[in-house]
Design a protein around this ligand. Structure first.
Ligand code: SAM
Length: 345
């Protein structure tokens, strides 16, 4: 889906956002999206099948087309013969934002309304979120649980990419440490793909109880472990042949991100592998990150800095990793290896 609109047209869509969501939700609930995605479907057939008035449906479909969701062909003046096809993935995208597991619903629980209408004051530093509103890293058990739940809700594309490349990542590997590994949701996905592997989550001690719950739900028992620690204050644990940072490095300024990658290099044995899966700076990711970009305007302790993939490949190479590559996926995976023999050996 590729829509390029003038600023004026984009403003018109944005100001009508709630109506656009009404159209999309209705199209989903009626079953229209199921009919439109395989398409092409004629307006006449759609009107008969769904028991709606053709001229009304024509306007409804114009709404969808204005959003870039439909391709239309109108061969003549008879609207009944106009054909429509939805862009691939539309139905799944609508379900993802209005369905019960919607990230957007989860994000709405955060107190973003404290900033709404007060952004200018917030930009000047006169209005901020307090540690009770949102602390980074989370401060209380309640904040920790809420934040890790939010993270787990958005992990789907990451789990998918790890799964897609499992055949390349895990053979010959024994112990994997997911640094800043949330509540262990990714670890569970990896364990299902790699029977020889044990996975530990490294996270702030307050997260242990959540990983315990994930372990109990997953049935992986002792293959899913937890190591409590603070990666800002201490070296990363050794004894692992794979480490990962998933959506961790973008939270921190560049000097901290660099130090964390250096700590990973020091902790890995020769031949060890580092995986980075991040919020790269692409139009899609920026759009899907909109909530956090907005909300975190009021929070100075979280950097939330989306960087280009080249930032990470360059950082790995400069740190000493070799065979650095980017594996494709909805979320790409940057892979680097600590050389078998390092300079000075
Ligand atoms: C943005 S979340 C990403 C979580 C998970 N990797 C994911 O993608 O769903 C960042 C993670 O880093 C952890 N974290 C933050 N500061 C940390 C620290 N100083 N030491 C260890 N972990 C930390 C947080 O608890 C959280 O789990």
């Amino acid at each position: 889906m590729n829509v390029t609109l003038s600023p004026r047209a984009l403003m018109s869509l944005l100001v009508n956002g709630p109506k656009a969501m009404d159209v999309l939700t209705t199209a989903l609930e009626l079953g229209l999206l199921d009919a439109l995605e395989p398409g092409p479907a004629t307006l006449g057939d759609l009107a008969t099948r769904f028991g709606v008035r053709p001229l009304r449906l024509y306007k409804f479909l114009d709404c969808l087309e204005s959003l870039g969701c439909l391709v239309r062909d109108e061969p003549g003046d008879d609207i009944g013969t106009a054909t429509y096809r939805a862009v691939p993935g539309l139905r799944a995208a609508v379900v993802a934002v209005v369905g019960p597991d919607a990230q957007e619903r989860d994000r709405d629980r955060y107190p973003w309304r404290l900033l709404h209408g007060r952004l200018a004051e917030s930009l000047r530093g006169e209005v901020s979120l307090t540690d009770d509103d949102f602390a980074w890293p989370p401060r209380t058990d309640e904040q920790t649980a809420a934040f890790e739940r939010s993270m787990a809700v958005g992990l789907g594309p990451v789990v998918e990419t790890f799964h897609r490349h499992a055949h390349q990542l895990w053979p010959g590997r024994r112990r994997f440490l997911d640094v800043g590994g949330g509540d262990g949701t990714l670890a569970v996905g990896v364990l299902a793909d790699a029977p020889e592997l044990t996975v530990d989550v490294y996270n702030l001690p307050a997260v242990e109880a959540l990983v315990d719950e994930t372990r109990a739900r997953s049935g992986h028992g002792e293959r899913l472990g937890f190591v409590g620690g603070d990666f800002l204050a201490e070296p990363l644990p050794t004894g692992y042949d794979v480490l990962s940072f998933v959506r961790v490095l973008h939270d921190w300024p560049t000097d901290v991100a660099r130090r964390l990658v250096e700590k990973a290099y020091q902790a890995l044995p020769p031949g060890g592998m580092l995986l980075i899966c991040e919020e790269f700076r692409t139009p899609d990711r920026l759009a899907m990150q909109f909530f956090w970009s907005y909300f975190l305007i009021g929070v100075d302790s979280c950097v939330s800095r989306l960087r280009d993939v080249e930032f990470y490949t360059g950082l790995l190479t400069r740190t000493g990793f070799d065979k650095v590559e980017v594996l494709p996926g909805t979320w790409e995976l940057v892979v680097g290896h600590k050389p078998e023999s390092t300079p000075g050996d």
